[in-house]
Design a protein around this ligand. Structure first.
Ligand SMILES: Cc1cc2nc3c(=O)[nH]c(=O)nc-3n(C[C@H](O)[C@H](O)[C@H](O)COP(=O)(O)OP(=O)(O)OC[C@H]3O[C@@H](n4cnc5c(N)ncnc54)[C@H](O)[C@@H]3O)c2cc1C
Length: 398
């Protein structure tokens, strides 16, 4: 019996395999993962693990015994090279592995700067996997000069860790402001202020023209003519979904591997979940890059492999840790037309379209996050004045 074969050994793969077993699936489950390590959590890579405050074992999503106990075969260091849809098999390293159902959980790859502008010099890093961190960690030396390219969550988290370790840090964002793609100006203002207070120099609205150096990085040159001396550079300019295998196999692609509401690709025997997959949402398509989405979508696909016929309905949530600030986000802010800010226990930014609450960014405010999340998930919207009034007991809004 060929069973379920999962390509990629990350968050979605681990959740999917476990859910299949819990749900009573008894046939073979095989996970083929390119990295040499069992499935692990990525969020600490730019937080506690990068800071050296988390041992490797705690990154692992499951104990080593779990896989054997659950009869889930982990094949690591196995980069799948092709899908043979006619034969219902995948190929890697001269081996052919047949499947009844195939799941693509290949994640996303960090965008890199091209070699022509110095993107391949030694000392230029991305932050996606353990190997990346193993390359960066030795360079995070007190007094070293770090330039972070990109003011999204990964770049900001790396900047916070580097400041804690005593590096001098300049963060360069090409668009007019940090977090432009994912958060309001109000949230970005609060986070910028936090970084500036910790000594990070933030340059917004200026792109880089090249990374200079002979063999290894020496400086970062900006479009306005400035040159920033650098011992290392961390590039955090977003990711692209890993669609190569699916594309070569002729599956439909649309900002990721396109799946239907149940997680099935354009081939009825192939499914996809996590960062690599885009699913129907609000009349269009959505692809999310978060742990919550990877887990929920993978579990939904597992039940659908067992014929549950369940539509995937995302309940988006996200978090980021920078210094002593915990940012928690519920919902999706895209399409908002106004925001309400609230200063009470912490600070929170509430995104509305008309009278509908879409999302909440909660900075050191667990209650605003919890209440906002419950409201959004149940389709209810609070009155804007009630949210803005710090005297309002948020729990009463539920
Ligand atoms: C530094 C960092 C910090 C993050 N912080 C947060 C956070 O605070 N909160 C949050 O919600 N999310 C965070 N995320 C995002 C979150 O980690 C991802 O959304 C999640 O890991 C997606 O899971 P996945 O299984 O889809 O992909 P991944 O976990 O990326 O796993 C995909 C795996 O597939 C492998 N693979 C790809 N192609 C092949 C192939 N052909 N053959 C075999 N294997 C292959 C890859 O090597 C990889 O190991 C962070 C991500 C990073 C990198």
């Amino acid at each position: 019996m060929a069973g379920v074969v999962i390509v990629g050994a990350g968050q979605a793969a681990a959740s999917l395999a476990a859910k299949l077993r819990i749900s009573g699936y008894d046939a073979a489950i095989t996970i083929l993962g390119e990295e040499p390590i069992a499935p692990y959590q990525r969020p600490p890579l730019s937080k506690a693990y990068l800071l050296g405050q988390m041992p490797l074992e705690r990154l692992l999503l499951r104990s080593p015994e779990f896989w054997a106990e659950q009869r889930i075969e982990l094949r690591l260091g196995a980069r799948v090279e092709a899908i043979d849809r006619a034969a219902r098999a995948v190929r890697f390293g001269g081996e052919t592995v047949p499947y009844d159902n195939l799941v693509l959980a290949t994640g996303a790859a960090p965008r890199r700067l091209s070699a022509s502008i110095g993107g391949e010099l030694s000392g230029v890093h991305v932050v996606r996997n353990l190997a990346n961190i193993d390359a960066i960690a030795p360079a995070l030396q007190h007094d070293a000069r770090l330039v972070v390219v990109g003011g999204g969550y990964i770049g900001l988290e790396a900047a916070a860790v580097a400041r804690k370790l005593g590096l001098s840090v300049v963060l360069v964002e090409a668009t007019p402001r940090i977090l432009g793609r994912v958060a309001s100006a109000e949230t970005a203002d609060a986070i910028r202020a936090l970084h500036v207070a910790h000594g990070v120099s933030i340059i917004e609205g200026v792109g880089i023209t090249r990374i200079a150096g002979q063999g290894s990085v020496h400086s970062v040159e900006l479009a306005d003519g400035r040159s920033l001396p650098a011992d290392l550079v961390i590039v955090g300019i977003g990711v692209s979904p890993e669609t190569g295998l699916a594309e070569a196999a002729g599956l439909a692609i649309d900002n990721g591997i396109a799946v239907d509401t149940r997680g099935r690709t354009s081939d009825p025997f192939i499914w996809a979940a996590g960062d690599c997959a885009s699913f129907p949402y609000a009349g269009g398509r959505l692809r999310l890059e978060s742990v919550g989405n990877a887990i929920d979508m993978a579990e939904c696909v597992a039940t659908n492999i067992l014929d549950a016929g369940r539509a995937y309905v995302p309940k988006p949530w996200f978090w980021s840790d920078q210094y002593d600030m915990k940012l928690q986000i519920a919902g999706l802010s895209a399409g908002y037309d106004h925001i309400i800010t609230r200063r009470a226990e912490g600070y929170s930014v509430w995104y509305f379209r008309g009278e509908s609450l879409l999302a909440v960014d909660a900075l050191n405010d667990a209650r605003a996050y919890m209440v906002g999340k419950r409201l959004i998930e149940s389709g209810r919207s609070p009155a804007a004045q009630a949210v803005a009034d710090p005297a309002t007991d948020l729990k009463a809004l539920l």
